[in-house]
Structures are given as structure tokens and as C-alpha cells.
Design a protein around this ligand. Structure first.
Ligand SMILES: Nc1ncnc2c1ncn2[C@@H]1O[C@H](COP(=O)(O)OP(=O)(O)O)[C@@H](O)[C@H]1O
Ligand SMILES: [Mg+2]
Length: 340
């Protein structure tokens, strides 16, 4: 059921291409708390998709689910199919083989994912050799090439460096090189620029854009920064309280959002820097996904909520201007975005 609505939903060029990744009704619980509820989204080969939402909305758990990296005490229902393989059901060995070679993930704090007392080049060579028999000299050459592609100015020198000798931006480039050296088809980038200063953020985003094009890589960019999303992604999935509430083209989301939460998020974000007086916070605190409100989960904070919004649970359905949205009032509301 979900597959049909997903395929029909956005009319993007190449819409007939099968999804590389299809997430259907993914529900994740930890310690008896349901933290993700019926998440569905898909990504086609080479597509750049943003995943946005306030802190605690479930973005990282969604990303981890895609790679089969949920904590051991988590239980997951639904399906996460990568190129036909269900990542939730595949055995540990199969998932390990797919990670790195087919899908990869990078995190906000690259230093935490790199070994402090092993030269970064050796760590990249380890990744290459973990995925197949490659001669040491060939692996080293591949690592140097990938560091060069990731924009490290002196890749041979960087091979022998330790992370404490590198800046935050260089560490993130090393992380990206390590994630992409086995040429995966999907990169999940979880807040990859949040720890970096603004100039370096822009460089890392343009690096991701270039590498995605050169390597025909699909990217799921997790961020709370709509400005970052708007420069990289053609489509954006918005999460609230453990659910997908909106899935739209970036243009639609920013210009004329179709969900009240998406509208509030866009207007509260950095993309409205041109109109600083317009900036509006989102009133109230995010709902706890383990104890969501009745009806629409956003209704207690929604300026457009009516009585029925507290009583009926909206489904994620095709939205009036394309994409999908989860709002009982989507056909009658005209919501502000940013820009124009
Ligand atoms: N390992 C965990 N154990 C228990 N709760 C968790 C764990 N990881 C995340 N959560 C909870 O799940 C929700 C979603 O978290 P997360 O996916 O990290 O959100 P986001 O990345 O959008 O900030 C939050 O309420 C968070 O507290
Ligand atoms: Mg997170």
C-alpha cells in the first residue's frame, strides 16, 4: 500500500525509477517506549533528500535504522528495504557487509568516530580491506585518491596524520572519505556540519554535493538547519514526535509549506535571514514520542488546530500541491513559508 502512494507522490523527474531505499511503516521501541511510529520514506538512486525536525523528533533513530545500527535493546517493526534487502531482517553478517560497501553513515562529531591513536590513512585502509581482499599498496592508493576527492589538500600527508593534528573541518572530510571509499550508493549524513563553523559548513555541503554527483550517490541529510537543506536537497522529509509529518520538494517546503509544523519550522530557521523580523519560534515544547498527545501529535502547538484535530489521527496522505502531508486541514490551509 505504502509503495503505491510513495511512487505516485512527487512527480519528480525520473519518478518511475525504483527506489533505492524504501522505508515502510517503520516503528521502533526502546525500553517499552515507542519512539518511531510508522515512518515511511523512500530515496531513489542519486537523490539528495533532507530529513528535518526539532531535536528528539526521531531523525537519528531513523538514520540508524536504515543501516541496521539500532541499539541492541531496540525492537523494530515494518520494513527498511535497501535495494530489495530488508535491513531489519537481514542477519548481522549481511548487514555488516552492506555497511560501507552499499550504505554508509557519518555523524556530527567526526572525532568521536575516528580512532585517536591510529593514523587516519590506516583507518581508511582498514575499511577497504574489511570489505574484500585488496593488496596493501592498492588499498593505500585508493585511500589517498579518496582523501584527494574529499578535498584534503595534501592527501599523502593526511594519511599519516592523527586526528588531533587535523581541524574539525578536515576531520569531517576524512570521515566522508572513509564513508565513501568503498563507493556506497547511499550516505546517511547525521548533522554533518553542526559542529563546524559557518564557512566550513558551506564547504562540507558543497563537497557532499560534488561527491554525490561524481559518485552517483544518494544522500539522506539529517539536519535541523533548513538553510543547509535548501542548498543541497531536492526533497525534504519533516519529522515531528517520531512520525513523518510532511514529505515535499524543497521548493514547496520553503515557499509554500503544506503542514503547519513544516511552516513553523521553516519560518523559525536560518533560511529567513533575509527577513529577520519575520523569524518566529515554534510555541510550546516538542511532544514526547513515548507519550504522544491524542489526535494529531502537533495539535497542542498548532495555531490552526480545531476541535477535531485533538480527536482524529491524521494519516500521511497525498498533499494538495504534491508530496505527502499529515494534516486534517491540509486542503483548506494556506501557510506561510520563507523567501519571496
Ligand atoms: N538509545 C536510546 N534509548 C532511549 N531513548 C532513546 C535512545 N535514542 C533516542 N532515544 C529517544 O528517542 C527520541 C528520538 O531521538 P533521536 O532519534 O535521537 O532524535 P533526533 O535525532 O531527531 O534529535 C528521543 O525522545 C530520544 O530521547
Ligand atoms: Mg539526532
Amino acid at each position: 500500500m505504502a509503495t503505491t502512494s510513495l511512487d505516485a507522490r512527487d512527480g519528480a523527474p525520473g519518478g518511475a525509477a525504483p527506489a533505492l531505499l524504501e522505508v515502510d511503516d517503520l516503528t521502533v521501541s526502546i525500553g517499552g517506549n515507542r519512539l518511531l511510529s510508522e515512518v515511511s520514506l523512500n530515496i531513489r538512486s542519486g537523490e539528495l533528500v533532507g530529513l528535518v525536525g526539532e531535536s528528539g523528533s526521531g531523525k537519528t533513530l531513523t538514520g540508524l535504522s536504515l543501516l541496521g545500527l539500532l541499539p541492541p535493546d531496540a525492537s523494530a517493526q515494518g520494513s527498511v528495504r535497501f535495494d530489495g534487502v530488508d535491513m531489519l531482517k537481514a542477519d548481522g553478517e549481511r548487514r555488516r557487509r552492506l555497511r560501507g560497501s552499499e550504505l554508509s553513515m557519518i555523524f556530527q562529531e567526526p572525532r568521536a568516530s575516528l580512532h585517536p591513536s591510529r593514523p587516519v590513512g590506516k583507518q581508511i585502509v582498514d575499511v577497504i580491506r574489511a570489505h574484500g581482499p585488496v593488496r596493501a599498496a592498492d588499498a593505500r592508493r585508493q585511500a589517498v585518491d579518496m582523501l584527494g576527492m574529499a578535498g584534503l589538500p595534501d592527501p599523502r600527508h593526511t594519511m599519516d596524520a592523527y586526528i588531533h593534528q587535523l581541524s574539525g573541518g578536515m576531520c569531517q572530510r576524512v570521515m566522508i572519505a572513509m564513508a565513501l571509499v568503498c563507493r556506497p550508493r547511499l550516505l546517511v549524513a547525521d548533522e554533518p556540519t553542526t559542529a563546524l563553523d559557518v564557512t566550513i559548513q558551506a564547504q562540507v555541503i558543497s563537497l557532499l554535493r560534488r561527491l554525490a554527483a561524481e559518485l552517483d550517490l544518494a544522500v539522506l541529510l539529517i539536519t535541523h538547519n533548513l538553510g543547509v537543506v535548501s542548498t543541497l536537497c531536492s526533497r525534504v522529509v519533516t519529522m515531528y514526535c517520531g512520525q513523518v509529518v510532511n514529505d515535499d520538494s524543497a521548493e514547496q517546503l520553503l515557499g509554500a509549506p503544506q503542514h503547519p509544523y513544516a511552516s513553523a519550522l521553516v519560518r523559525a530557521s536560518d533560511v529567513s535571514l533575509d527577513h529577520p523580523d519575520d523569524r518566529a519560534g515554534i510555541t510550546g515544547a516538542p511532544a514526547n514520542p513515548a507519550r504522544p498527545p491524542d489526535g494529531c501529535r502537533f495539535h497542542p502547538r498548532c495555531p490552526h488546530a480545531e476541535k477535531r484535530c485533538a480527536e482524529h489521527v491524521p494519516a500521511l496522505e497525498p498533499a494538495p500541491q504534491g508530496g505527502r502531508t499529515r494534516c486534517l486541514r491540509s486542503h483548506e490551509l494556506v501557510l506561510p513559508g520563507v523567501g519571496a
